[in-house]
Design a protein around this ligand. Structure first.
Ligand SMILES: [Zn+2]
Length: 248
């Protein structure tokens, strides 16, 4: 399989030939269609608690007093620490993913809308419910946005690509028999097909469906995909030439 992208610079050829779907969520930061997953950014919870404590301390001080300035410096230090930990973590994970997969498939949705849908949409009811009660949602949003941004430039760097497909029904379609039903999602974490009995982790099912959606489009000769440009918050349409329709 080879991938050619319309670009003026000479294109690197990605060392891998595999395609992977990635679903992001709350209980797992990201789940890959190959069955692996990335744990949530729990280190932030600890830092968040400290941050809240120091922010409260700061609010009790007289503004612009020396004690207030000390408290403020502590708050800023924790902010920087959170950003550093997140950046390191995301660089490690996105580098590993980009090295191993020529094509990364993700949901075609704006990251900034993700935690807004905490109450659940018609497609994924209650999927992000824990976002508001648990981790700070802005930190989650930033984590996902940065994850996508790094994946995107690393994929392009290595000669691979990142493709976004519509999120429609990805959480309630059976990857085994294709049956689409909200009843397939009995709980937040578990997928159980009411038609064929296929069972799996719900996030993994989402990742598999994303991968399958891209493969179907490639096989069908629909070689136009949308590339998410998270930095500019725009979607660019570009064309892929995949001579061999069979992807691993
Ligand atoms: Zn089924």
């Amino acid at each position: 399989m080879s991938i050619q992208t319309e670009r003026e610079v000479e294109q690197a050829v990605h060392p891998a030939t595999s395609i992977v779907g990635i679903d992001v969520g709350i209980t797992r930061f990201a789940t890959l269609s190959d069955g692996s997953h990335i744990e949530p950014l729990n280190t932030f919870r600890k830092h968040q608690q400290r941050l809240a404590r120091y922010q409260r301390a700061m609010s009790r001080k007289t503004k612009f007093s020396s004690n207030w300035k000390k408290a403020k410096a502590r708050v800023q230090k924790i902010h920087a620490r959170i950003a550093n930990v997140r950046r390191d973590f995301l660089h490690k994970t996105t580098t590993a993913i980009s090295k191993n997969h020529a094509i990364v498939c993700i949901e075609d949705l704006q990251v900034r809308n993700m935690s807004k849908s905490a109450a659940g949409s018609s497609d994924s009811p209650g999927r992000n419910v824990k976002a508001k009660s648990g981790l700070n949602k802005s930190i989650l949003d930033q984590g996902w946005a940065e994850f996508r941004r790094q994946l995107e430039y690393k994929q392009i760097w290595l000669g691979g690509d990142i493709l976004a497909v519509p999120a429609r029904n990805t959480s309630r379609t059976c990857p085994s028999c294709g049956h689409v039903s909200a009843d397939n999602r009995q709980t937040q974490a578990k997928f159980a097909c009411v038609d064929c009995g296929y069972e799996n982790n719900a996030d993994l099912v989402g990742a598999i469906n994303l991968k399958n959606a891209v493969k179907r489009r490639i096989v069908a000769g629909q070689q136009r995909f949308r590339r998410p440009d998270t930095s500019k918050r725009q979607l660019q349409v570009f064309t892929h030439a995949v001579p061999d329709g069979s992807l691993p």
